[in-house]
Design a protein around this ligand. Structure first.
Ligand code: FMN
Length: 148
């Protein structure tokens, strides 16, 4: 995969067996982040707490993915999908994410997400899917990608 412009190039691999875990309040502000989340995203845990979870939002992710995510979790269901996230240093990391509610007395009091590594083929599949979605939304895809 090759980008025409040179930003957002450096990939960080999530090590096998590691879980990136976070929780947010109902507004999507981070209330808990584990050490692995901090390490992989390039932030410290202290920097992440209290920030909107879009702090790691990568410009390659189509808006519709997060619209769907929020609709799904608000309906008490679990959202699952591949996510490309932005590191503090401008690099990126891919994950498989499951996002759902944290329940107390049958009510959602917070949201939680657990993320695991994905394969190169899965990254390629997701990148193509998201580029395709962005291409259809006028003005969203701002660059050309060459897949290898
Ligand atoms: C528990 C939880 C975890 C989330 N994890 C991520 C994440 O890892 N990366 C991401 O870009 N958005 C994540 N989001 C979605 C963000 O809240 C946000 O909707 C998204 O980054 C898009 O930003 P925007 O709504 O400001 O456009 C998560 C949301 C929740 C509730």
């Amino acid at each position: 995969m090759e980008y025409n412009n040179s930003e957002f190039l450096i990939e960080t691999e999530v090590p096998q067996g590691e879980l990136i875990i976070s929780r947010t309040n109902l507004k999507g502000e981070i209330t808990y982040a584990n050490e692995i989340f901090a390490e992989i995203s390039g932030y410290t845990v202290e920097e992440l707490i209290g920030k909107s979870h879009n702090i790691v939002r990568h410009p390659d992710m189509p808006k519709i993915a997060f619209k769907e995510l929020w609709q799904t979790i608000k309906e008490f269901k679990k959202w699952k999908g591949y996510v490309k996230n932005l590191r503090k240093d401008g690099g990126f990391y891919w994950v498989y994410a499951e996002v759902s509610g944290v329940f107390f007395n049958n009510e959602i009091i917070e949201y939680k997400s657990v993320r695991t590594p994905i394969t190169y083929e899965q990254k390629l599949e997701a990148q193509k899917l998201y580029d395709g979605i962005k291409e259809k939304v006028k003005g969203e895809l701002k660059r050309r990608v060459i897949y290898q």
